[in-house]
Design a protein around this ligand. Structure first.
Ligand code: CO8
Length: 287
């Protein structure tokens, strides 16, 4: 038996999971975490219908799961994916930012910071199996992983914040800069561009295209297999040295970043943009 967390709940194991996989103690409702005992590869599945918008509770579930994996010495890698058939994650739950309650919005942003620090700076290798649309915070989560496999051609990915009249924080930008060049990042962010799978592949925003979720998972596992013969400590230190500047900035500036977010999100013009965007989402064609 693997020496996993004492809080294991085997009942969380999905019927489709391989026989050698077992569930860990992530929040049963909003995230599902299972680990394959043979390979040590964990699968972390976001499960907040309909679109996995990242509210405080989903972020807390992700943070707890990421910490469990960090504490589990047998974890050889993690695949982040979604239980939705069409959406990886719709990004931050706009309702957390629209007419926000002071204490909750602080906890919300602080937890988002924590999740990013945990994911971008994880000691184990990470892959996003992007099995649906991945705007804004959804794109951020995938960019925080080391490799991205995306189901195509029908889905889109990008940091579209400017289209909502909001500004992606510095560490969102750093995450994109870790994947694609400065020039492409500037163009993508200032225009709030959502990329098709094919376009994303062309500029390196994603690494591979998959035909469906199973193919994406298989490709993610193949990527993680590259590390079978690489010394884990050498791998981890190389990754963390490369990512150090971005990680260090947020670690040193969490309070400042929180205050920037709070003052920004509370501005009437931002609230008005969010309100209009929410209305447009609710009234979009096809509803
Ligand atoms: N937050 C809250 N609710 C959402 C969100 C969201 N991000 N996205 C969708 N919803 C809601 C919709 O309003 C809809 O609600 P209802 O059923 O009550 O009408 C429901 O979820 C289902 O949505 P759709 O019908 O649109 O579902 P589809 O499958 O047709 O489309 C998409 C899925 C493509 C994901 C689409 O919903 C979409 O484009 N969503 C918006 C994505 C987006 O722009 N997210 C940006 C969030 S902001 C962010 O992540 C970064 C903020 C950075 C910091 C800012 C500093 C101030």
């Amino acid at each position: 038996m693997m020496n996993l967390s004492s809080r294991i709940r085997p009942s969380l194991l999905k019927a489709v999971a391989p026989a050698c996989a077992r569930a860990m103690s992530a929040d049963a409702k909003l995230v599902d975490l299972s680990i394959n005992e043979k390979t040590g590869i964990a699968t972390l599945t976001m499960n907040r219908p309909p679109v996995n918008s990242l509210n405080l509770e989903l972020l807390q579930g992700l943070s707890k799961a990421l910490q469990e994996l960090e504490d589990n010495r047998k974890c050889r890698g993690m695949i982040l994916t979604s239980s939705s058939p069409t959406v990886f994650s719709a990004g931050l739950d706009i309702m957390e930012m629209y007419k926000p309650k002071p204490d909750r919005v602080k906890a919300f942003w602080s937890t988002l910071q924590e999740v990013w620090l945990q994911l971008f700076g994880s000691s184990y290798p990470t892959v996003a199996a992007i099995n649906g649309h991945s705007p804004a915070g959804g794109c951020l989560l995938s960019l925080s992983c080391e490799y991205r496999v995306m189901v195509g051609p029908q889905y889109t990915i990008g940091l579209n914040e400017t289209k909502l009249g909001i500004v992606a924080p510095k560490w969102f930008m750093s995450s994109m800069l870790a994947a694609i060049p400065y020039r492409q990042t500037e163009l993508a962010l200032t225009t709030g561009r959502m990329f098709s799978t094919e376009e994303a592949l062309k500029i390196g925003l994603i690494d591979e295209v998959a035909t469906d979720k199973a193919d994406a998972i298989a490709k993610a596992e193949k990527f993680l297999g590259l590390f079978a013969k690489i010394h884990p400590v050498a791998r981890k230190l190389t990754k963390l040295n490369l990512r150090n500047d971005a990680l260090d900035w947020l670690q040193q500036n969490r309070e400042l970043d929180l205050n920037i977010f709070l003052s920004f999100v509370n501005q009437p013009i931002v609230q008005s943009s969010l309100e209009k965007y929410l209305e447009a989402l609710k009234n979009k064609q096809g509803k």
